[in-house]
Write a protein that binds this ligand. Structure first.
Ligand SMILES: [Zn+2]
Ligand SMILES: [Zn+2]
Length: 252
């Protein structure tokens, strides 16, 4: 039974419930370790901050303060709470960003790519529909290169939703195997854990991140896998964890 989930959101970013409600839901669901990891986006210089789904830049300290208070309330001998952030990776400023985060009582970081030089990868299908197949192929290629760069920083504890661009079902029609292989190898070298994010099963792509075939390749490389729910609501704190356990068993 999987009893840890470290990728979860609250109303500090785009989640639907406060930190305490999420933590108590995890406890009730039988999890032993629960992590809160709200979105943290620090945009590269000269871009105005208009990201509604991130902790506001001026409120990061308040986020940690609230998480520490909830931690005190909910922790028992059998239940541990950890405090993280899901960090958007930008090649231009990741070092500055990580140095900033180091000022806070952070247990772990989840490295993620939701935006590729202005293209929103997972917000809605419309930007994808507007691309055309060549554009779709380009986004995928760029995504794998960016993910490799993310892993090469060795700055993140966990690497988020490995094949996120598939979310709305827009697939590449070109062979990107060498890019994918390079990204997987960079993840292995980084020492980071790769999440098996169960939320993908409930998206149009109808499969976890990474897909079973990519998961199999990650396991073959010896990359440590961590099951996460990426929950944005209390009822999802361990969504499809049984399915994830079965999948991992089938690939072992
Ligand atoms: Zn994410
Ligand atoms: Zn997330």
């Amino acid at each position: 039974m999987i009893t840890t989930s470290l990728h979860n959101h609250s109303t500090w970013s785009d989640g639907g419930a406060d930190v305490a409600t999420m933590a108590l839901a995890a406890k009730t669901a039988g999890l032993k370790t629960f992590g809160i990891s709200d979105h943290w986006v620090m945009l590269p210089e000269n871009r105005p901050f208009d990201i509604e789904w991130s902790i506001h830049p001026e409120r990061l300290g308040c986020y940690f303060q609230e998480c520490l208070e909830v931690k005190k309330q909910v922790e028992t001998e059998r239940f541990t709470m950890r405090i993280g952030v899901e960090v958007d990776f930008f090649p231009e400023n990741w070092q500055e960003n990580m140095a900033h985060l180091a000022n806070y009582p952070l247990d772990y970081t989840i490295g993620a790519i939701h935006n590729l030089d202005g293209f929103p990868v997972d917000s809605s299908p419309e930007p994808w529909q507007a691309l055309g197949q060549d554009g779709i192929n380009d986004v995928w290629r760029k995504y794998w290169l960016r993910l490799k760069a993310l892993a090469e920083t060795k700055a993140f504890t966990i690497i988020a939703h490995f094949d996120l661009p598939k979310k709305f079902g827009f697939r590449p029609t070109v062979d990107l195997d060498s890019e994918i292989t390079a990204a997987l190898q960079a993840v292995r070298t980084s020492g980071a854990q790769l999440e098996l994010n169960t939320a993908g099963w409930s998206k149009p792509c109808a499969e976890p991140y990474p897909s079973p075939s990519l998961l199999k390749r990650a396991l073959a490389l010896g990359i440590p896998i961590l099951v996460t729910a990426d929950a944005h609501a209390p009822k999802h704190v361990n969504r499809d964890f049984d399915k994830a356990a079965q999948l991992l068993d089938s690939l072992a």
